[in-house]
Design a protein around this ligand. Structure first.
Ligand code: SF4
Length: 163
């Protein structure tokens, strides 16, 4: 069961293209200046099974949607459940583009199985001293936009170069 704070049908600021955004409840990082501290507690929002959440996401997507983004909170606080959701989504849309935001840095969580199913990981905590509103798709300069399939294929961290 997943704890879901909200599902936004349309966004163009949470990854490339038009995307559905799922805000998952719970975050252990406690960043100063966090944009969404009400999502820190692990309990809250609405409970979904992985299949029900996949169906709710698909219902919000149109033919021009580029993909889905999981934000929060920290989606990797529910990493096992998130893996099941993405697998359910890919049964319906095999080519679905998936972005995930996390407050962990890649090197801490690189062995999580769910990372094998994610296209792009935006990693690292929000650091107020490094806040930069000119950066696309992230809040502070320490955060990286990582192409996970290329990173795992090439054995070294590959960031999205076209941003
Ligand atoms: S990782 Fe994100 S949601 Fe969690 S405390 Fe930091 S800014 Fe807030």
């Amino acid at each position: 069961m997943l704890q879901v704070a909200d599902i936004l049908g349309e966004s163009v600021v949470d990854g490339k293209g038009l995307r559905t955004v799922v805000f998952l409840q719970g975050c252990p990082h406690g960043c100063t200046g966090c944009h969404n501290p009400k999502l820190w507690p692990s309990k809250g929002g609405k409970d979904y099974t992985s299949g029900a959440l996949a169906a709710a996401i698909i219902a919000k997507m149109s033919p021009i949607h580029r993909g889905v983004t999981f934000s929060g909170g920290d989606p990797l606080a529910q990493a096992e459940e998130l893996l099941q959701v993405i697998k359910s989504l890919r049964k319906i849309k095999p080519e679905l583009n998936v972005w995930v935001y996390t407050g962990y840095i890649f090197e801490e969580i690189k062995d999580y199985p769910v990372l094998q199913e994610i296209n792009v990981l935006v990693d690292g905590p929000f650091i107020l001293a490094k806040r930069d509103i000119s950066l696309p798709f992230r809040g502070s300069g320490n955060q990286r936009i990582i192409d996970l399939p290329k990173t795992f294929a090439q054995g070294g961290l590959i960031q999205e170069l076209s941003l």
